[in-house]
Design a protein around this ligand. Structure first.
Ligand SMILES: C[S@@+](CC[C@H](N)C(=O)[O-])C[C@H]1O[C@@H](n2cnc3c(N)ncnc32)[C@H](O)[C@@H]1O
Length: 232
């Protein structure tokens, strides 16, 4: 696990450096009470200051639009971080359970505090560890209306393979950061440091746009998002 964390840190720490993450949300999103909305703003600022990656406003808009449309009863999130997106997803889907997994213990602890703060903790199953190892056990016997892929960026294809039989008919996979700082679609040879992520993401996008069992919508919002419907 330590090696995995070391590998992750450079990308995590840099991932918001040039993005300016003020969450300028346009879609109507329920952020709870006035005090809770202020708390979300504080969490955003604190996340930015500490280089903790959380979803960008434009992507959040699309995620909540999807939630409003689907009215999910169960969501799987890979990459809890500090529970920012998880809390917002649950405030916007009152009948929904969230299964969410995070690798870093300190982030997971902070997420639990935040879930409690926003009154959604009782609807969260929070898992600590490497999603790649934990997902098969977590999803056993569960069916998801939405799977939110927001963990390790080089493995989206493998996670899609793992979860697609556990998505309900008409369900979706929502993937964040698919344009990874503009490096996925620029046609250039990726810098060595990000090669695995960029090459992996290019393959993933090609796959979801070409295989007939997927209907996908790839958008240049935030850091790039892909919304995939698995045809059953
Ligand atoms: C972009 S952040 C998630 C942000 C969160 N969804 C939000 O918007 O508030 C990605 C998170 O995935 C976690 N992560 C990375 N690799 C992981 C793995 N193999 N298993 C579980 N979590 C992982 C990172 O530690 C990080 O906190």
């Amino acid at each position: 696990m330590e090696n995995l964390l070391k590998e992750l840190e450079p990308s995590i720490n840099n991932s918001y450096n040039n993005m300016g993450i003020i969450n300028d949300v346009k879609h109507e999103i329920n952020l709870g009470t006035v005090e809770q909305a202020e708390e979300f703003a504080r969490i955003e600022v604190s996340a930015r200051e500490r280089y903790v990656p959380i979803i960008l406003g434009d992507s959040l808009d699309e995620l909540i639009k999807l939630i409003d449309e689907v009215k999910p009863t169960r969501i799987l999130e890979i990459g809890t971080a500090i529970g920012y997106s998880g809390s917002i997803m649950l405030l916007n889907s009152p009948d929904c359970i969230l299964d969410t997994v995070e690798l870093m213990p300190a982030r997971r602890d902070e997420a639990l505090v935040n879930f409690s703060k926003f009154g959604v903790l009782s609807r969260v199953n929070s898992f600590l560890g490497d999603a790649y190892e934990l997902i098969p056990e977590i999803i056993k016997g569960n069916y998801y209306d939405i799977v939110f892929l927001d963990g390790p960026k080089s493995k989206y294809g493998q996670y899609l393979d793992m979860v697609e039989n556990n998505i309900v008919a008409g369900g979706y996979v929502f993937c964040d950061n698919v344009h990874f700082r503009g490096m996925v679609m620029n046609g250039k040879r990726p810098p060595h440091k990000f090669r695995t992520i960029i090459v992996g993401m290019r393959c993933f996008l090609e796959r979801i746009q070409n295989e007939p069992k997927y209907q996908s919508n790839v958008m240049s919002k935030g850091d790039g998002i892909a919304i995939i419907k698995v045809i059953k």
